[in-house]
Design a binder for this molecule. Structure first.
Ligand code: G1P
Length: 276
């Protein structure tokens, strides 16, 4: 069973400036819950109760969010407002939160290597909280954890995107094994439409086997001059051990303003209004 999930949360959130000048982008709320909490709830649902946060300067609000606020507990306890704390209390009851700071922004691969100390030598999940994923049945990470038990390989979540959007993603190609499962042979980070091996784009959910850390150490900077997890995964794919999985559910790109607004409207209409 996979018990740890890594959250690389050190990025700047440039596209949301000035909102993200002094507030982490992962704390931007979709309705009344910060983005990162959705990812943490998805990990906990998948049994990954140790949440390893790779944070950075200016991200202290994330650490505080996953801790008790005594003043708030004191003020609100026994009042009609107590219910507003239910979801975060639930997360704090079930989760363990560990943190390390990434001092320099050298790419997602570098962020994941920075988190090695929080993971050790076991398979682990990775959530990029910009990608908000929802599903009526099991969440995306829970679906992937089940698949891991079958293949014991690294797994990336994928979805089809229009060819004119492949340049925003890591893109895979591989042999289709059965419904929505591929054995990956090629992975390219941020390809042009001409270079892309397919239109199957990686979205921000991974299960990685721990040999990835040694591979990242040897991975030179790639696209944008950054150490890319996609390039490190290509080495595992060459060994036949990366699967790609077309997940069940819907993904919102909350790293972009339109995707963020779409997620907000969806969660407001389909969850907030129905639950309150
Ligand atoms: C990262 C990954 C990319 C993946 C994307 C999913 O890119 O490097 O392979 O497709 O997340 O959101 P970023 O969006 O951080 O540039």
């Amino acid at each position: 069973m996979i018990s740890k999930c890594m959250f690389p949360v050190a990025g700047y959130g440039t596209r949301f400036l000035p909102a993200t000048k002094s507030m982490p982008k992962e704390m931007l709320p979709i309705v009344n819950k910060p983005l990162v909490q959705y990812g943490v709830e998805e990990a906990i649902e998948a049994g990954m109760t140790t949440c390893a946060m790779v944070t950075g300067r200016g991200k202290r609000a994330i650490t505080d969010h996953f801790d008790i606020s005594y003043e708030l507990e004191h003020q609100i306890s026994g009042t009609s407002k107590e219910g507003y704390l239910d979801s975060i209390r639930n997360v704090l009851d079930k989760g363990i939160f560990t943190m390390v700071r990434q001092r320099e922004m050298k790419g997602l691969g570098h962020a994941i290597l920075t988190g090695e100390t929080l993971i050790g030598s076991e398979p682990f999940g990775v959530v990029l909280s910009d990608d908000l994923c929802i599903n009526e049945g099991p969440g995306v990470l829970a679906q992937m954890a089940e698949l891991y038990n079958q293949f014991r390989c690294s797994i990336v979540a994928i979805m089809e995107v229009p060819m004119e959007e492949v340049h925003k993603y890591g893109v895979i190609a591989g042999e289709s094994l059965k419904d929505g499962i591929y054995r990956v042979d090629k992975m390219v980070e941020k390809p042009s439409a001409d270079e892309a091996p397919s239109n199957l784009a990686i979205i921000g959910r991974y299960i990685l086997t721990p040999d990835i850390f040694d591979i990242i150490r040897e991975t030179p900077p790639g696209a944008n001059g950054e150490v890319q997890i996609t390039d490190a995964l290509q080495i595992q794919a060459d060994r036949g051990c990366v699967m790609a999985y077309k997940f069940k559910g819907r993904r919102f790109d909350c790293g972009s303003v339109p995707g963020f607004v779409e997620a907000t409207n969806h969660m407001y209409e389909n969850h907030y209004l129905k639950e309150s």
